[in-house]
Design a protein around this ligand. Structure first.
Ligand code: NDP
Length: 452
């Protein structure tokens, strides 16, 4: 019988190899560390995982595609971006994961997101593998026509790698309903197929699911509520700080408000807004979803209750709950220390890997309930899988039905993480619970399917 410490040293050795084999991909190294550092108990208990080279296979994407995306801006100048699709693991179903358009995108970022996605998708209990893609294209300040031409060029290469039974992209940072529409249009034009299940996050009326735009934010709030319930508390009357002002942040604020909490902040890359009366969602949606403006416009138009803080850290604002919903590594050790000093009770990740490893450690040590993104923000991909199910059946469900399914899935993810953590002697540690539970499901499927 291999001991946990022997297994941990094998995993540490593998982590060193991962760093050597994947140079200059710090985000991917971080994600691999975060998962592999929690797997020793399960790998020690089930030696067949190590014997089948399973973890070495798991950290190597099944396929990685990188391609040139040329397009013309409104002045007629030719621009060249880089496109990516990393098809990480399909043991449980077609690759599934969003597309990110942001200047910071590179192969390492897409690999970290794709790796996380494997475990997240497994935790939903649905039949979806893990993948991710995107481009270093920056949609900020681009006209609709430019975004359309970019999306068409991007899909002119991507279409040959995806399909409803192969790989099903969705949105992520910089990719919302507008971009999914342009991408779907070009896919349909090139393939001459009405293959609605090839992309999720589609518009309502042409294959989109009700509640898909809301699902990630709503799901994260339900996960935070479940963590609080474990401690005998609920959301009613709690003050929450939320970062970001995109899809995830907006629907996080909406659900927090609906459940009686007071969400007092939002942010973008220019700074953050504090609104002591609680964020006015109609105004925020108008500025962000309709006008595609910046958050300072919110403070200007809201009146005396709100102020804009250029730069700065949204985590300086005292609150009971923190829901990071912008991007990776946005909540560092200093921010975590400030949150703890201000009495935070729970941190639940709407974004992917927004909390640095040092910050996670500090929060857990201080007894703060910490919900890792692969569990807490899984509602988005879960409803994407429900969108695929509706597409296959050529039907559409009511909002009430989708929301009920989402709530059931989030409850089940919370219970699975909680029980798995207890089973492996880490009570209350949702990071360990999520990693091991997601890993076990994928690993068992990989074992059954042989060395491929
Ligand atoms: P959006 O593009 O809709 O919004 C992103 C928000 O985060 C914007 O307010 C943006 O501000 C801010 N932001 C992005 N990058 C940075 C940065 N480097 N520094 C500061 N602010 C930044 O994206 P989503 O809301 O869809 O995604 C947010 C997070 O949630 C991501 O981590 C994503 O991976 C994750 N996620 C999303 C899911 C979904 O269903 N959409 C599902 C699961 C996870 P600005 O406009 O100034 O850049």
């Amino acid at each position: 019988m291999t001991t946990r410490s022997e297994t941990q040293s094998t995993l540490d050795h593998l982590l060193t190899e991962i760093e050597l084999r994947n140079p200059a991909q710090p985000e991917f190294h971080q994600a691999a560390h975060e998962v592999l550092e929690t797997l020793a108990p399960v790998v020690a208990a089930r030696p067949e995982y190590a014997e089948s080279g399973l973890i070495e296979r798991l950290v190597e994407p099944e396929r990685q595609v990188m391609f040139r995306v040329p397009w013309q801006d409104d002045q007629g100048r030719v621009r060249v971006n880089r496109g990516f699709r990393v098809e990480f693991n399909s043991a449980l179903g077609p690759y599934k994961g969003g597309l990110r358009f942001h200047p910071s995108v590179n192969l390492g970022v897409i690999k970290f997101l794709g790796f996380e996605q494997i475990f997240k998708n497994a935790l939903t209990g649905l039949g979806i593998g893990g993948g991710k893609g995107g481009s270093d294209f920056d949609p900020h300040g681009r006209s609709d026509a430019e975004v359309m031409r970019f999306c068409q060029s991007f899909m002119t290469e991507l279409y040959r790698h995806i399909g409803e039974h192969t790989d099903v992209p969705a949105g992520d940072i910089g990719v919302g309903g507008r971009e999914i529409g342009y991408l779907f249009g070009q896919y349909r034009r090139i393939t001459n197929r009405w293959e609605s299940g090839v992309l999720t996050g589609k518009g309502q009326g042409w294959g989109g699911s009700l509640i898909r735009p809301e699902a990630t934010g709503y799901g994260n709030v339900l996960f935070a509520a479940a963590m609080l319930r474990e401690r005998g508390e609920d959301l009613e009357g709690q003050t929450a700080v939320v970062s970001g002002s995109g899809n995830v942040a907006i629907y996080t604020i909406e659900k927090l408000t609906a459940l009686g909490a007071n969400a007092v902040t939002c942010s973008d890359s220019s700074g953050y807004v504090v609104d002591e009366k609680g964020i006015d969602l109609d105004l925020l949606k108008q500025i962000k979803e309709v006008e595609r403006g910046r958050v300072d416009a919110y403070a200007e138009r809201r009146g005396a209750s709100a102020r804009f803080v250029p730069g700065g850290s949204v985590w300086d604002v005292p609150a009971d709950l923190a829901l990071p919903s912008a991007t990776q590594n946005e909540l560092d050790e200093n921010a975590a220390a400030t949150l703890v000093r201000n009495g935070v009770k729970a941190v639940s990740e709407g974004a992917n890997m927004p909390t640095t490893p040092e910050a996670v450690h500090l929060l857990q040590k201080a007894g703060v309930a910490f919900g890792p993104g692969k569990a807490a923000n899984a509602g988005g991909v879960a409803v994407s899988a429900l969108e695929m199910a509706q597409n296959h059946a050529r039907t559409s469900w009511t909002a009430a039905r989708v929301e009920e399914e989402l709530a059931d899935i989030m409850t089940s993810i919370h219970t699975t993480c909680h029980e798995t953590a207890e089973r492996y002697d880490a009570p209350g540690d949702y990071v360990t619970g999520a990693n091991i539970a997601g890993f076990e499901r994928v690993a068992d499927a990989m074992l059954a399917q042989g060395v491929i």
